[in-house]
Design a binder for this molecule. Structure first.
Ligand code: NDP
Length: 503
């Protein structure tokens, strides 16, 4: 045997003499309990599956780097952004949202756009989507929303009634629904889409000045989408089309890249802005907050092992570094809790020690101890409490974020925004989309919404009409609805509309 030819062993390292025949009592069996290798092999196989992610289950990932191209030190003290030319190692994972782990890549769905920056001040995660907005703005609605995008509890089928019932009862979803049903809802690959922080975040400088920011990763491959019929066909031709595309492009040296732009709003601008800048159902118009260049993301290395690097990768919008922090965005606030929580369920309490999740460019010096699968030295003999006088790590007050002024009555405050939710989807339809975009949007909606009950079609079409009369009319005509009825519903308040379309 040559040096590089390894001997097969059990999981505990004992050399295995034979991997073809179980140990049996005589040539015809039965198998003996003492076949330790067989028991080891079967029992590990029985436990190969870990819980699937509740959302973003189907994904692909790659390694790469981020390079700073413009000076942003006025706005943030984050060290990985401190110098033009500075490079930081990154791991990226792209995904669909609602489908199971084996679902098709070309489904109509937002795409996850998650980045882990291995910085010298800890891991910073940017956990965004390929859409700049979201369906809901309060995290309390998230479990309900996701239930409606998954399967009917009785039939275990995707259900157009559930899907559109919830959306039509949640008018703030109209902006994201308009983007989702445009061809941007079916990107032709992960390389051909943008990534957005969607949320507003805080950047703060060394001087203690802070800014609200939104991040945009703009694809350098150009936006390319499947039309509705192309996406549907692709689900049969190659359900893994985006996973394959990413892997094959990187394998042949065609490295995908994105330019990072940031929109910046001062706290003073935020106070008087014409809508809530922390409402994730809105974008900040480029005219008001022009995007500024920051840097460039390049993906140049495929994972060697999918499970170790992609399936076990765990991102959290709560993974910040000094210089970056949260905003009051109510969707973000819930995600700050939920991501770590779901990873602890999916991967275990020490998931942060897994090689793909552990800091690479700095030490991890916490007082967290024990828990399932603690596979480092668990803090050795050092102190496991703070404060201590035995040389354990101390907090560093110099990295504290600036104080933020918050006040108000503790209550379940409703948004009272009037019709402001319809302004931006209307602008998107009228000003940004081309004739072809509008035609595809209407066709994509009609081919899906036609499967819902008539009263739900009417309620939802009234929302499209409120965003833009032409938009509502074309969807209504495509569905064969009575347009006078749609217009009457559109003129009502949401409460009246719901009452008028009750079962
Ligand atoms: P701009 O004309 O400055 O920007 C329009 C933006 O829309 C561009 O970023 C473009 O992205 C994007 N876009 C083009 N087609 C679509 C589509 N089918 N679905 C989603 N986005 C698309 O306008 P404003 O900033 O004033 O915003 C107008 C509307 O554009 C908004 O109401 C919003 O719906 C949409 N939008 C705005 C963004 C923002 O951050 N301001 C970001 C994305 C969308 P690209 O350059 O990559 O083609």
């Amino acid at each position: 045997m040559t040096d590089d030819k390894k001997t097969l062993t059990t999981g505990f390292g004992m050399p295995v003499d034979n991997d073809l025949n179980s140990v049996t009592a005589g040539p015809k069996g039965p198998i003996l309990m003492q076949d330790i290798h067989l028991l080891d092999k079967l029992s590990h196989f029985d436990r190969e599956r870990i819980p699937e992610r509740v959302v973003h289950a189907k994904g692909a990932g790659a390694h790469g780097y981020f390079e700073v191209t413009h000076d942003v030190t006025k706005y943030t003290r984050a060290r990985f952004l401190s110098e033009v030319g500075k490079k930081t190692e990154v791991f990226a994972r792209f995904s669909t949202v609602g489908g199971e782990k084996g679902s098709a890549d070309s489904e109509r769905d937002p795409r996850g756009f998650a980045l882990k920056f291995y910085t010298e001040e800890g891991n910073y995660d940017m956990v965004g989507n390929n859409t700049p907005v979201f369906f809901i703005r309060d995290t309390l609605k998230f479990p309900d929303f996701i239930h409606t995008q998954k399967r009917n509890p009785a039939t275990n089928l995707k259900d157009a009634d559930m899907f559109w019932d919830f959306l039509s009862l949640t008018p703030e979803s109209i902006h994201q629904v308009t983007i989702l049903f445009s061809d941007r809802g079916t990107p032709s690959s992960f390389r051909n889409m943008n990534g957005y922080s969607s949320h507003t975040y805080m950047w703060y400088s060394k001087k203690g000045e802070y800014y609200w920011v939104q991040l945009h990763f703009k694809t350098e491959q150009g936006i390319r989408n499947f039309s509705g019929p192309e996406a549907e066909q692709m689900r049969g031709i190659d359900p893994d089309v985006a996973t394959r595309d990413l892997y094959e492009a990187i394998a042949k040296g065609d490295f995908p890249s994105w330019r990072l732009e940031v929109q910046i709003m001062t706290p003073e601008q935020a106070k008087d802005y014409r809508f809530d800048p922390f409402d994730i159902t809105k974008v900040w118009p480029h005219g008001d907050f022009p995007p500024m260049d920051v840097g460039r993301l390049v993906l140049n290395r495929n994972p060697e092992n999918y499970f170790a690097e992609v399936e076990q990768a765990a991102f959290s919008p709560g993974n910040f570094v000094p210089g970056i922090g949260p905003s009051p965005d109510k969707m973000l606030q819930g995600r700050l809790f939920s991501y770590h929580d779901t990873h602890r369920h999916r991967l275990g309490s020490n998931y942060h020690l897994l090689p793909i999740n552990a800091p690479k460019a700095c030490a991890m010096n916490s007082y967290q101890r024990d828990g399932h699968m603690r596979f480092d030295n668990n803090g050795g003999g050092g102190p496991n409490y703070w404060p201590n006088s035995f040389g354990g790590p101390d907090p560093n007050p110099e990295v504290a974020p600036p104080p933020i002024d918050v006040a108000g009555m503790a209550a379940r405050h409703a948004y009272t925004l009037g019709d402001v939710d319809f302004v931006q989807p209307g602008d998107l339809y009228r000003k940004v989309m081309t004739d072809v975009d509008r035609e595809h949007l209407v066709n994509n909606i009609v081919s899906h919404l036609k499967n819902a009950q008539k009263r739900i079609q009417l309620r939802q079409t009234a929302l499209f009409y409120k965003a833009d009369a032409d938009y509502g009319r074309r969807v209504g005509n495509g569905l064969g609805l009575d347009m006078e009825q749609v217009e009457r519903l559109a003129a009502m308040s949401q409460e009246e509309r719901v009452a008028a379309t009750r079962k």
